[in-house]
Design a protein around this ligand. Structure first.
Ligand SMILES: Nc1ncnc2c1ncn2[C@@H]1O[C@H](COP(=O)(O)OP(=O)(O)O)[C@@H](O)[C@H]1O
Ligand SMILES: [Mg+2]
Length: 272
């Protein structure tokens, strides 16, 4: 790996975030015991936009997502340094309400991770946990199922097992479950990688529909998908076996005229 990656990381330095910045990440690092997974990451995530994280496997994209709503707290041996400021709140400061943070910043994983209960109960569970009045559970469940385009497909079998749904439907139910709590930001870690092209297309359309009302950060290894759906892009890379961000900006600009040689090679399919 050339030194230019490290220089690229350094040249990414952004000024201190303003209070109105939606989500600002400064000098972020992640380690697992002695292993440094991510170093010196500076990114501003913009409200209402779709930000795609691309780059080879093992460069810290998932680790990065996990820091944004402190899921990293749950991983044994995982340490996080630097700052993440979400709507003016330093999320790693003392006294942060982690439950509220995760309600505001929801997560959708690579494989649908539904609870082994009914479709209905998958939606009720987070709603109940966050104090939704009993008489509003059905209304809110219907709302989110409509939002993800599932209502017409499942309204007559809400008490069927969530696992009886197709893979694409399960992933949309996972998105619906995250939406129950009205998050501002949705983190998606390769949400289509286990889906067929038709189901992938449905999810992509959904992401484009949600853009604006929600902000989305999505990891994808599918460059065509990133080009179809992303407003902004961050390119992750590995330097001396630790990850960093070598380039970020408007998707159209990064795809049309990447600045870093490693980005050029990656986009050309020559690296990674
Ligand atoms: N729980 C963990 N314990 C130890 N190392 C980990 C753990 N999770 C990830 N890593 C390591 O951190 C690096 C970044 O991983 P990850 O964030 O999953 O990258 P990506 O999502 O880009 O593939 C990799 O070297 C990976 O092996
Ligand atoms: Mg990953």
């Amino acid at each position: 790996m050339s030194d230019c990656c490290f220089e690229a990381c350094q040249s990414q330095r952004l000024p201190d975030p303003e209070d109105e910045t939606f989500l600002a990440v400064r000098n972020l690092s992640v380690h697992y015991g002695a292993k440094v997974a991510l170093e010196s990451v500076d990114i501003d995530i913009q409200r209402g936009r779709v930000t795609a994280l691309i780059g080879p496997s093992g460069c810290g994209k998932t680790s990065f997502l996990f820091t944004l709503n402190r899921l990293s707290d749950l991983i044994p041996g995982c340490g996080v340094g630097g700052r993440v400021r979400f709507e003016g709140t330093e999320i790693y400061s003392d006294g942060v309400d982690i439950g509220l943070l995760r309600a505001n910043i929801g997560m959708v994983f690579q494989k649908p991770n539904l609870f082994p209960v009914s479709i209905r109960k998958n939606l009720y569970l987070p709603l109940r946990e966050h104090g939704c009045p009993v008489n509003q559970l059905d209304r809110r469940s219907e709302e989110v199922l409509r939002e993800v385009g599932l209502w017409s497909e499942v309204s007559d079998r809400l008490d069927a097992s969530a696992h009886s749904l197709s893979g694409g439907q399960q992933q949309r139910l996972c998105i619906a479950r995250a939406l129950t709590l009205r998050p501002k930001l949705l983190l998606m870690d390769e949400p289509c990688s286990s889906l067929d092209p038709m189901a992938t297309d449905v999810i992509e359309r959904l992401i484009l529909k949600m853009r604006g009302e929600y902000s989305i950060v999505i990891v994808t290894h599918n460059l065509a998908q990133a080009q179809r759906i992303a407003d902004d892009v961050a390119v992750f890379w590995c330097h001396d076996e630790s990850g960093c961000v070598i380039e970020s900006g408007h998707a159209e600009a990064v795809f049309r005229a990447p600045k870093q040689p490693d980005t050029v090679a990656y986009l050309a399919g020559q690296r990674g």
